[in-house]
Ligand binder design. Sequence first.
Ligand SMILES: Cc1cc2nc3c(=O)[nH]c(=O)nc-3n(C[C@H](O)[C@H](O)[C@H](O)COP(=O)(O)OP(=O)(O)OC[C@H]3O[C@@H](n4cnc5c(N)ncnc54)[C@H](O)[C@@H]3O)c2cc1C
Length: 408
Amino acid sequence: MRHSVVIVGAGPAGAVLAYLLAKSGISVTLLERQMDFQREFRGEILMPSGLEPLSQIGLWDQMNQVPHVSLDGINVFINGRQGISVDFHEQLFGEFNPRWVSQPHLLEMIVGECGQFDNFRLLRGTRVRDLIKENNRIVGVIAEQNQERHKLRADLVIGADGRTSRVRHALNLPQKSDAMPMDIVWLKVPGPPSPERKIRAFAGKGRLLFAAPTYDHHLQLGFIIRKGSFREIRERGYPELLDEMARFVDPAFGAHLAQFRDSISNPFLLSTVSDCLTDWTYPGSFLIGDAAHTMSPVGGQGLNIAIRDAIVSANHLIPVLSSDRPLPQLEETTRLIQAERNEEVNTIQKIQALPPKVLLRDTWWSRLLFYILLRVTHGRSKTIKRIDKQSMFGKFTFGVTEVVWLDP
Ligand SMILES: Cc1cc2nc3c(=O)[nH]c(=O)nc-3n(C[C@H](O)[C@H](O)[C@H](O)COP(=O)(O)OP(=O)(O)OC[C@H]3O[C@@H](n4cnc5c(N)ncnc54)[C@H](O)[C@@H]3O)c2cc1C
């Protein structure tokens, strides 16, 4: 008897879980509303906490083929002046040095690997509209492809459909959320002629700007703005947005940004959300990744947490779903998954909530704090020799709890 799973959403959570289940012989249908993964920018920073599990599941060589920039560290500027510079090096992270990876290429690689299993199918351009419920149990989905609706039945429906999850909406599960004071404007500009492999972070005056080098010699810029103020920015026009960014950073980088003031056309807004379902399980269905707990972008955690959710889910689901015996109720198993993941998700979300409260304030005390920080750190280069895994930086890079792939 081959048990069947439908996974809604081929983001990192859905794609990694599909790969592991399919590899174990479970019949998997992965539904993705997009035809390809190029259309939307999503989180692209892979920490050791995401890289090591990908290596454990046997995708390391393939990972190294995915276009990326291995990061050399982070340069922090305060009020436009160089503050501290943190270097990454071999002893700190070994082969799992943080990297800025192209998420579309990463996802194509994973679903490509899934393609070697006959028991796997990916339906692109297929949007789940609703769930099929019988006797208070989810038994399948109603999906739309080329404007036609189809019913797909499965033993388990997994919602991995991200922050606007249709599965979450249909199940109407209780959630708790944190109010986030900021939104992020994302845009990409060509990189400077002599590219560097460090992330630049500019803080001060209630604003924050990140610039990360991408594999195609561009810079991915993330400008953190007051929640709800994007409309005002759009009305003033994108050249003014670039002017504002250029004034905010150090003069050399400002001159670089100013070159593109009349050519950017595609900035877009990420409305920041941080929430978590109190129960990820419903009979016949459960959720992982952003669908279960939408992550704030602080510290670049979303992609890594999604991968870790998928691996823990596979550890629990494979022994049950690959058995020849009739399926037991899966709720007990899916609740164990949530129990194993809750500590990490909740801890990271709590830590993520702190920095915006300080960095996005433009008050006398925050100015004083930045002034002192700049005095203390100006021009210092800090080489961290070892990371305490319990520190904030340690948790952000290595994760809070251990995730180990239990290869069946
Ligand atoms: C614009 C943007 C910028 C981000 N920036 C950052 C960042 O800088 N740092 C960070 O850590 N995190 C960031 N994130 C969050 C990070 O990308 C996510 O935490 C991570 O991708 C979660 O993975 P996931 O697989 O759970 O969901 P997602 O990556 O969101 O994948 C969900 C997939 O489901 C598909 N889907 C959705 N609805 C349906 C449906 N009804 N039917 C079929 N398919 C469906 C989507 O097309 C998508 O491919 C960002 C997210 C967005 C949207």
